[in-house]
Every structure is written in C-alpha cells, then in structure tokens.
Ligand binder design. Sequence first.
Ligand code: KG4
Ligand code: ZN
Length: 334
Amino acid sequence: KKDQIILGIETSCDETAAAVIKNGTEILSNVISSQIESHKRFGGVVPEIASRMHVEQITLVIEEALLQADVTYKDIDAVAVTEGPGLVGALLIGVNAAKAVAFAHGIPLVGVHHIAGHIYANRLIQEMKFPALSLVVSGGHTELILLKEHGSFKVIGETRDDAAGEAYDKVARTLNFPYPGGPHIDRLAHEGKPSINLPRAWLNGSYDFSFSGLKSSVINTLHNAEQRGETIEPADLAASFQASVIEVLVTKTLKAAEDFNVKQVMLAGGVAANKGLRAALTEAFTAVPDIELVIPPLSLCTDNAAMIGAAGSILFEKGKRSDLALNGNPGLDI
Ligand code: KG4
Ligand code: ZN
C-alpha cells in the first residue's frame, strides 16, 4: 500500500507552522516560525500583528516543510489546515494558503479543529488505544475529552472561566514576567515551597474546571501583603499557584479516566509542557498500571503543524473533505 503523505498547516495564534506527516504517525518535517518576540513587548498576542506576520511567513514556511521532508506537491495526498478555533485573522491566512495549494495542485483539503490537533500530537509518539481520555490544557482551552474511536471527540468537562494557560499567563504578568508567562512560573515554582494557602475549585465533583478564583486569590495575596508592608517570596507564590492548578487537573483527570474505564490518557496543549504537571500525572498514573499515560515531548505540546497533519491524516482516512468555501471559524466546536 502506498504511503499517505499529509501537508499540515497551522496559523491559529502566534506560530506560523507547516509540517509533512507520513501515514499519520511519522514526522518528515515540522517547521515553526514563532512570532513570540514580536508580541512580547505588548504583553500578549496582538491579533493584527499576528495576521501580518503569518502573511509574511506562510509561503516560506510551507516551502521549507516540503524541502525538509524531501517531497513535492505531487507527493501530497491532502492538505490539512487548522480551521478554528483561534484568532480569525490569523486562521484565515493558513486557510487561504491551504486552499491555494489545494486548488493549484488539485489536492484534497481537510479542515482540522485546533484541539483535535493538540490531541493527535500524541499519535506521533504512541498508537492510540480506545476508549481514550485527553486532558487538553492550553492558552485558550482546558478540557477533558473522551475519544471512543479515532476522530470522535466528546467534551466531558471544560473550564467555566479562564483556561489554565490563561491563568498562568495572568499570574506571570502580575509577577512581572514577559508573555508567555507559563514557562517562567513553571521554573520559579520549582525554586519555591507551596506554603501559601490558595483555593482549589472542585465544583462539586464535576469534570469542569475554574481558574479565575485562583488567579484572583494570587493577585489579592500579593496586594494584601504589599499593603501590610510584608514581602511574599514570588517563588513560594508560584509554587502555591502551580500546586493548586496541578492538584485539580490531576485529580479530575484520574477520576474521569476511572469513571469512563479508559485504556489511555493523553496530555495535550501548551500547558502540557509544564514540568510539574508532567511529573504529577506520571506519579498519579503509576498507581493505575491498566491505564497507559502518554505525554508528548515539549516541542509537540505547544502549537505546531505536525499535530494538525496527524489529526488531518485520520480525518482524511475517515473521508472528511473540505471544499474551497472553507473559512476560518474562531468559535468552532470540536
Ligand atoms: O497550546 P498553546 O501553544 O497555544 C494555544 O493553543 O493556546 O498554549 C500556550 C499556553 C500559554 O498560555 C503558555 O503560557 C502555556 O501554554 N505554557 C505553559 C508552559 N509552557 C507553555 N504553562 C505552564 N507551564 C509551562 N511550562
Ligand atoms: Zn494550541
């Protein structure tokens, strides 16, 4: 049987990315042009700047991905592109580039949900076993998603307010770290002790999450100490914040994994790069050896196009085709 070759394209936020994936599991190339330096001085992603930079980079990034994979358009079976959710102006650049490639070379087009991509990053390192559960923790999402089979996604829990990454970034900003703050808090947390009492949002045993109360509590703790002329060790605050986030994420993931009798748990999204979370999940699942825990390497946790190619590969195999009316959809449901 002939190999299946997918070109993946991702431009939903601040990374312009293209990748070539063989048979849904093998990375032939994975090119990322990051805009982080350009957004840093504004303290977050500026949508207009993101769109403009995607326009400048997208053609170069796609050409580079093909070159590194040593393939031409003739070898490509389908173009998979993130159609949403994300910043609409940013999504449109990837979607239009993908449509141009599909139209010019007569290649099928497959729209991919960004979170499906994050989950399928796991298939680049381990075959999926169903039913599977994915804990998706990124800048825009915190979700527990159940997969009964390939390409079927059921959200069983989600954040009611801030996403985990968003909480990390806001706490980091309060502690004067540049965007994106998650990695800074992660590093600082390992230098401190979780000695400050912060809330944990259990939400009556629901699989849902909430992080805005915790975020406010961190900010209040700092302000109150300032007013009283006391100092708080930032490392201890970071460690306490991280301990609260991780305890809730790990406890709810473990409970859902057992309640739904899953065979595999997959970590996904930018916050999956968090060292504390990776260690805590690993420890929790060591105690339940019937459930396999999969954690992608850091480079596949944050936004990339290899994951979009991997998800696109399965969707293409299942017969999904998008037409040239494909649009960027910032509020797309999985
Ligand atoms: O998935 P992603 O690259 O983009 C979105 O789709 O949102 O996730 C980005 C988020 C940011 O909020 C960033 O601060 C967070 O992931 N992040 C981390 C770490 N590395 C990235 N959060 C905590 N600890 C980390 N090590
Ligand atoms: Zn993402």
